[in-house]
Ligand binder design. Structure first.
Ligand code: 13P
Ligand code: ZN
Length: 278
């Protein structure tokens, strides 16, 4: 089967374009990766033309032999739907989890996203934690989340609580909360280690003054998670633009009632007492 006819490839391209249309992917900003199912590898492997092995820049032993569909470094989300063969690629991870090779795509040259260490380390954590259910890692330059990283303390508890308060669906959509990575140089192993550590606890990790990573089972859930958190951040930015004080809000006890009715567990560390007006 032609790679572009495969359903997982169509879903990937649609998600990239949805992100572009949200305004989260200026220039080459953001990147997306999908851990392929073995039957999907079978579907498209007739198109594979292996290139040489290259260093990943970190070790992901538990991903040995896995195949990923990934956006290219320096490639624009804007162009993924227009020219997918130039913008995205399928890679294989070697048996040691230290190298990858391009099997398809990037027809005009190039390499996978510079955030490949973060993507693969996050995939490794999520694969183990979810018994292989999670397959998507998504990095976007979400405007309002980024704006808030200049204003709120860079603490998991504060970002989680403020995002939960701004939209009732948030604690149901991300009951485990949101992690925050302080500003770090992007594109390397250090930020990948910091992010994947947070992914042990959360499905969302904010990169201060940069953007956000989301992890999920499929394209809809992962995009929906990014979208929900960013929408909540937008409401908080609007609110703070009107007044620094909330006249009323959702209280810790309200969250406890919500948790009961919606059958989710909300960690008490996010339900701390604070001045109701702040
Ligand atoms: P790439 O073009 O290498 O994917 O980098 C974009 C980006 O957002 C880096 O954090
Ligand atoms: Zn980025």
């Amino acid at each position: 089967m032609n790679v572009l006819d495969a359903e997982f490839v169509k879903g990937f391209i649609r998600m990239a374009n949805d992100g572009w249309e949200q305004g989260w992917h200026e220039r080459n900003g953001g990147n997306l990766s999908y851990r392929m199912k073995m039957e999907e590898v079978e579907q498209v492997k007739e198109n594979f033309q292996p290139s040489e092995w290259k260093e990943i820049g970190t070790t992901v032993e538990k991903l040995a032999g896995e195949f990923f569909l990934v956006t290219g470094s320096g490639k624009y989300f804007r162009n993924v739907i227009i020219n997918p063969e130039d913008s995205i690629c399928i890679i294989e991870v070697d048996s040691t989890g230290t190298k990858y090779r391009i099997m398809w795509g990037l027809v005009n040259g190039g390499k996978p996203t510079s955030e490949l260490p973060s993507h693969l380390m996050n995939h490794e954590v999520k694969k183990l934690a979810t018994d292989g259910r999670y397959r998507v890692i998504y990095h976007a330059h979400t405007t309002n989340i980024i704006a808030l990283t200049f204003v709120l303390p860079l603490e998991d508890e504060v970002f989680t609580r403020e995002l939960w308060e701004m939209a009732t669906e948030c604690p149901v959509v991300f009951p485990d909360g949101v992690g925050v990575v302080p500003w770090m140089v992007p594109g390397g192993r250090d930020i990948a280690v910091a992010t994947s550590k947070l992914m042990e606890k959360y499905d969302l990790a904010i990169w201060a003054h940069h953007g956000m990573f989301a992890a999920g089972e499929d394209f809809d859930l992962t995009f929906g998670l990014m979208h929900t958190a960013e929408k909540s951040a937008e409401i908080l930015v609007k609110m703070l633009s009107m007044t620094p004080y909330k006249r009323q809000t959702i209280t810790p006890d309200d969250f406890r009632h919500l948790a009961k009715d919606f059958n989710v567990t909300l960690p008490e560390k996010f339900l701390y007492e604070k001045d109701v007006n702040k």
